[in-house]
Write a protein that binds this ligand. Sequence first.
Ligand SMILES: NC(=O)CCC(=O)C(=O)O
Length: 265
Amino acid sequence: MRVAVCQLNSRDDREANLAAAEALIDRAAAAGADLVLLPEYVDYLGPGAGMPPPESADGEVGRFFADAARRRGIWLIAGSFHEAGPDPDRTWNTTLVFDRAGTLAASYRKIHLYDVEIPGRVSYRESASVAPGDQPVVVEVEGLRVGLSICYDLRFPELYRQLATAGAAQLLVVPAAFMMHTGRDHWEVLLRARAIENQCFVAAAGQTGDHEPGRTCYGRSMVIDPWGTVLSQVPDGPGFAVTDIDLSCLERIRAELPSLANRRL
Ligand SMILES: NC(=O)CCC(=O)C(=O)O
């Protein structure tokens, strides 16, 4: 299974964001990707006041990604988008997964919301405009079991342990808009830790660069193997990287160093 992680600079123009995503999907598909991963908030990353009305999974944004998957015959994990929910004041932050025919195979709503106040650096209260999900999700992609998560979820190892054990995930995906301030110290360390402790591949696709109002994302999208080795990484700025996922590597590591099987709690 060839996996592509796409790194984007989504901003406050939904049409331009979707066009940029489609251009990268095209390039990744041309590079032979079977499964393409986009970043968090791929549809809109800008001031709340300018956001287009949120939609359900079968709205314009969902149909756009379904069509993108079908036309290229790829699996698409469409980062995340602002999904309309029952609360008129709060959306869900939702990942949609489409199969090669463009059929919705799974969706996941971000469970852990980014409510952080680091004086003078980061001030963010995602829960003011987003409602949390409550269901871990694993989806089977042609024999590969893929555990879904979004950005700040990365700091909660119990979610990934559940995906890897109860869900038997082999690949953990992390669409993200990780902040520059925290990302430079924590992003790679956390991703590699999740890979090592769960003996899973990890694919993480981030937003990169500046976004209004005054937010800078770290980027450094990457794919990591179950040993914790970074197999590929996207340089700064929009772009993508493709990596072949070889499950025999996961099986060998789990057999030689069976820490997942040896757990006692
Ligand atoms: N969009 C997010 O969830 C940001 C998470 C982040 O930057 C972090 O440090 O955690």
